[in-house]
Write a protein that binds this ligand. Structure first.
Ligand code: LLP
Length: 441
């Protein structure tokens, strides 16, 4: 099976030059840090292009809409890349929708997800041109119908269902199991379908949506998701006489954070999904299928790296050796939140033979601000650069200003060129929302 970018720890263009210095997208990483500062997020265009191309090829005979899950990494530049690649977007907030809108994204190519869309967000989405909603719950259906009635329009909806499938990933990023906060339980489907059929005349029920979880390494769950969705469609047809044709099977494909991770090729997922669609559509008599997929992590995860500068270090007598870097949990919360493991390397290859066991920690005032625990690492000195791989998904998008530390810049590299896609935050921006009320003056 063809190896796809998500099966690599490093971005596809990442290599060492003749002096042993790490390069990505044809740019020397130490030069990028000199120019753009540290810490620095770097995205490799080629890796993103490669994986989206593989998605297109793996599903080429299917009527499929690929929607990049914007929550993984959302900026105007990524919207431009996705538009150019022919991908749509899965958005979950008016902030994500606004980013897409302002970037000039084709808003018709967006599905609006989320388990608690506010009335305001629903109105904004419609005003900005969104035409497909994944309705998560009873309140949302009622609100959406009310707003569409007011505007005298009909909107296309999918119903987000909880398919009752458990995948083997971290508990916090499982979503498709029973007893989840997302979507309609299968036992509630008849009630919402009846409401749409009989009462919510401004909702046009097109199909069903399920998302199983994230960082999935199995393929069987995709088969199971397709089966549950199409079986449910058959049941709805038999019970309510409504024919559904659109099925969103969510995202979830895993990436390789460390050598121990064994993510599957996008082509393997393609085979399983295509076989399942053929089999269950035949078995359950579902015709004219339109499929949606919402990959996030695997589109941008491998493409992104974070570069830090080494600062202080500490050898605890009879204990660990700690190396502190100039970033940490505010630019990558994943180790603290999910015990996520990463691969890190020195940017310059000096001393690589002389290794020691170290724990790489961040600069934030929190004992849990540990980026990599008990790892064998070359001896470092202050000002050495350390590169963390696979930080392209859910790192910048979950970053914060904890400790009032400024957010790093984000740079896109391609063919030896590096351009800023998010500027480093400034002190002015840090305080721009602060106000000192009169009572304190
Ligand atoms: N579709 C829906 C409805 C989702 O909820 C998600 C992710 C995706 C698609 C994209 O899933 P992906 O292809 O990226 O696995 N912050 C966590 C991940 C949370 C994922 C939430 N939903 C992390 O850093 O691991």
């Amino acid at each position: 099976m063809t190896v796809t970018a998500n099966q690599n720890v490093r971005p596809l263009t990442c290599k060492r030059d003749a002096n042993g210095d790490l390069t990505v997208g044809g740019c020397k990483i130490s030069d990028l840090v000199k120019k753009f500062g540290s810490p620095l997020y770097i995205y490799d265009y080629e890796t993103i292009h490669s994986i989206v191309t593989d998605f297109k090829k793996a599903f080429k005979d299917t009527d499929i809409h690929m929607m990049f899950a914007a929550k993984a990494f959302m900026t105007q530049a990524i919207c431009k890349i996705m538009q150019k690649e022919g991908f749509g977007l899965d958005c979950v907030s008016s902030g994500e929708l606004y980013t897409a809108y302002i970037s000039g994204f084709d808003m018709k190519n967006i599905v609006f997800n989320g388990n608690n869309k506010t009335e305001n967000e629903i109105r904004q989405a419609i005003d900005w041109g969104v035409e497909l909603f994944s309705v998560d719950n009873f309140l949302e259906a009622e609100l959406l119908n009310k707003i569409c009635a007011e505007k005298n329009i009909k909107i296309n909806v999918l119903l987000r269902i909880t398919p009752g499938i458990e995948c083997h990933t971290h508990e916090y990023i499982q979503t498709g199991q029973n007893d989840s906060k997302f979507g309609f339980d299968l036992e509630q489907v008849d009630e919402i379908v009846s409401l749409i059929k009989n009462k919510y005349k401004n909702l046009n029920l097109k199909g069903l949506h399920a998302h199983l979880g994230s960082q999935i390494f199995e393929t069987q769950v995709y088969n199971d998701a397709v089966k549950v969705l199409l079986l449910e469609a058959k049941r709805i047809k038999d019970t309510h006489g409504i024919e559904l044709e659109t099925f969103n099977i969510g995202g979830g494909a895993g990436i390789k954070y460390t050598e121990a991770d064994k993510p599957v090729s996008i082509y393997e997922i393609g085979e399983v999904v295509k076989n399942a669609l053929a089999k269950y559509s035949r078995e359950y008599g579902i015709k004219n299928l339109h499929i949606y997929m919402e990959p996030g992590r695997c589109i941008v995860g491998t493409a992104g790296i974070t570069v830090y500068t080494v600062g202080s270090s500490k050898q605890v007598p009879n204990g660990r050796k700690y190396i502190a870097v100039d970033g940490g949990m505010a630019d990558n919360i994943r180790p603290a939140l999910y015990q996520a493991d990463y691969t890190a390397e020195l940017v310059s290859q000096k001393n690589t033979k002389d290794t020691e066991k170290v724990t790489i920690v961040g600069r934030y005032c929190e004992s849990g601000d540990i980026l990599l625990k008990d790892t064998d690492f070359p001896k470092t000195e202050p000002d050495d650069l350390i590169c963390f791989y696979d930080t392209g998904a859910y790192c910048y998008s979950m970053s914060s200003n904890y400790n009032r530390v400024l957010k790093p810049a984000v740079v896109l590299v391609k063919d030896g060129e590096a351009q800023i896609i998010v500027k480093r935050q400034t002190f002015e921006q840090l305080i721009e929302s602060d106000t000192i009320p009169e009572m304190l003056l």
